[in-house]
Design a protein around this ligand. Structure first.
Ligand code: G3P
Ligand code: MG
Length: 241
């Protein structure tokens, strides 16, 4: 018999440390842990050398002092950039080691550059399967191609399918890629979707929720977890177990 999956954390610091530190950095992971978060979400993309690194955008301009596409930038250039406050762009390996050290549960969002869906899914999943220490992370993506590729490599891991607004055929889309958690934008999640997901035993996780009362309302409506840039997990309104 397959053992039941452990319950997911209710509150995830978004992009490592939310607003506490530059996004998708090791400083963000440290800040999240110091603030009392037990779980983090971060975005992973491939460099030109195929190294999985933490970054949100396909291009470097918004979050670093570099220019151009991440997937066309070699590691030697990428790791010399400032990703904010003197932080470097971390590799997935560095983030994994720090999550293990800090005892952080991770939701790794596979964020492939266009055209790199299969390679990104496969690389992230095989890294996690071979090297992750501690509780295995939840892998999620907006890209069904990336998720399907990841699951072919590591079917033993947990997968979440990301949407902005949830489409009517969400269940079929999740089944096709073997996803077991449904991730969507908080401002357009419908009660009918939350109810149908509850019947199906599918946890619903919402992004991005920065107001404690809004968090409380989402939990009361049956949402299982949320991603935040600002909530303090010690705030009783965040209802963190
Ligand atoms: O995984 C939840 C959330 O991070 C999705 O949106 O654009 O912040 O990666 P984004
Ligand atoms: Mg993300």
């Amino acid at each position: 018999m397959t053992p039941a999956a452990p319950p997911l954390p209710r509150v995830f610091a978004h992009r490592c440390g939310g607003a506490l530190a530059p996004e998708n950095t090791l400083a963000g992971l440290r800040a999240a842990a110091a603030r009392g978060f037990t779980a983090v979400e971060f975005d992973v993309m491939l460099s030109a050398d195929g190294t999985p690194v933490l970054i949100h955008d396909e291009t470097l301009e918004r979050t670093t002092n570099g220019r151009g596409r991440v997937c066309e930038t070699p590691d030697a250039v990428l790791f010399a950039l400032d990703a904010g406050g003197g932080e470097r762009i971390p590799t997935l390996a560095e983030a994994a080691a720090l999550c293990a050290e800090l005892g952080l549960f991770a939701n790794i969002e596979i964020k492939p550059a266009a055209g790199y869906e299969l390679a990104t899914g496969e690389t992230v999943a095989s890294f996690v399967a071979d090297h992750w220490r501690g509780v295995p992370p939840l892998l999620s993506s907006f890209s069904r191609q990336a998720l399907a590729a990841a699951r072919r490599v590591a079917p033993q891991l947990r997968y979440g399918l990301l949407f902005e607004a949830v489409p009517r055929n969400w269940r079929r889309q999740m089944d096709e890629v073997g996803a077991t958690t449904l991730h969507c934008a908080a401002d357009c999640v419908r009660d009918t979707t939350i109810a149908a997901a509850a019947v199906a035993g599918v946890p619903v996780l919402c992004y991005t929720v920065n107001d404690p009362q809004a968090a409380q309302r989402l939990f009361a409506r049956g949402v299982s977890g949320l991603f935040t840039d600002r909530l303090d997990p010690r705030d009783p309104l965040a209802a963190v177990a």
